[in-house]
Design a protein around this ligand. Sequence first.
Ligand code: GUN
Ligand code: ZN
Length: 472
Amino acid sequence: MTRTHLGHIFHLTGAPPLSEAGAALVSIPQGALVVGDDGKVAFCGERAEIPLKYRSAPVSDHRPGFLLPGFVDSHVHFPQTFAGDSYNGGQLLEWLTGCMYPSEARFADPAFAKRAAVEFCDRRIASGTTAAMVFGSAFPHAQDALFAETQRRGLRIVSGRGIQTVGPKAAEPLMTSESDALRLVREEIDKWHAADTGDVKTARLHVAVVPRFAIAVTAEMLKSLGELYDSVRDLGVYFHTHLNENNRPDTGEVAETKKIFQVDTYLDTYDGRFLPGSKVGGPSMLGRRSVMAHAVHCQDSELERMSETGTSIAHCPVSQQFLGSGTMPWLRTVASGVNIAAGTDFGGGDEWPIPQVLAAAFKVHISEPGDAGVSMHPAEMLFLGTLGGARALDMEDRFGNFDVGKEADFVVIDPNRTPALKAVITQGVRSDDPAMARDQTLFGLLMSTRETSIAGTYVQGRRLAPAQPATG
Ligand code: GUN
Ligand code: ZN
């Protein structure tokens, strides 16, 4: 049934690049979002201007709440659901070996994996994350649990089992032969890609090809994965992996990758140029449905290549702080034109809500040295967490803002549920300049929103049931 939602609306209208987000920012303090029978935005505007035909629709009055497009998490790890804040005294590769591989191996137990799928969806709904690119478990039964629970709860997902065929001893429980890995990817695509509606254009479930990172597979496997990906690209299948995250000299992930493959750039390994000297050995896996997590330490040529192929970056500053991975150079990365979206990278990151990732982005980029330091515009922050995420998932035509006809994915943020947010919203000093006052309110809202602040999470106009409180 058509329904009107009242609240202070913020969104980015149209399809701007990140650098033009400020001009696309819409703020409607007395806002109305009318969602039609079809779950799509029928009207977004001033409450006083609701078209006559919608005036008799039932009303959900969320005031003094805010209505924002649903958050998109462009990189999050399902098999690390219970592995946040894990410690073993090291950075990425030591942390993977000491903490993540053992944690992910627990998903061999189907009952454990099922509990994790419930918790994963609970955390997403509680955080207002309506869509996500999810790095999956190595275990097919765990992926079955994830897709089934996601469908049951009404969330959107793109995910694929984490592929690993070589690695340290600790990773062995997650590893398969190359032929098994290729078979399992095909089976996952057959079973879950658009399984909910049978049509990728309307589906909420999508599958990705997800090698853990280049050094988790061989050159032959990169060739085979490229060929497999080529054969399913037209079905709307995605590609997702990690890129240029940890550049500790000699022993870090970037150094290891260059040592093993003898390539000029890390990106070459995913771009078909994985043979020594970056010679072409197979098809590229880059494109508009490819998302690279991190991309902290990219050469200009890598940024340009991602930009020209429509590949997106999942920017994960909370994780980069947690694992000491460094800071993605903001101005240089934006200048390349590559699309950038926000990712929690949970459990490399230790925050589920995307607004906390946006807050971290603001803090790390204002702290970059010298002229590289920049005070991000709040509209750019909103872009990373909403429209940029929809673009990274190649579903910008479906959601990401409140333009009429988009599927109505939104979150209700209620300042009254979080005293510190309420103080920011109701007591903060505002400029006499209306545009700056608007920006100040959006900035405070994004910086101070926590899980407790989310009063409702909606996909296609339907409110998703939150987690049941634990009893006993
Ligand atoms: N690179 C390869 N695997 C991982 C992982 O699980 N987390 C992060 N942050 N980086 C990775
Ligand atoms: Zn990750």
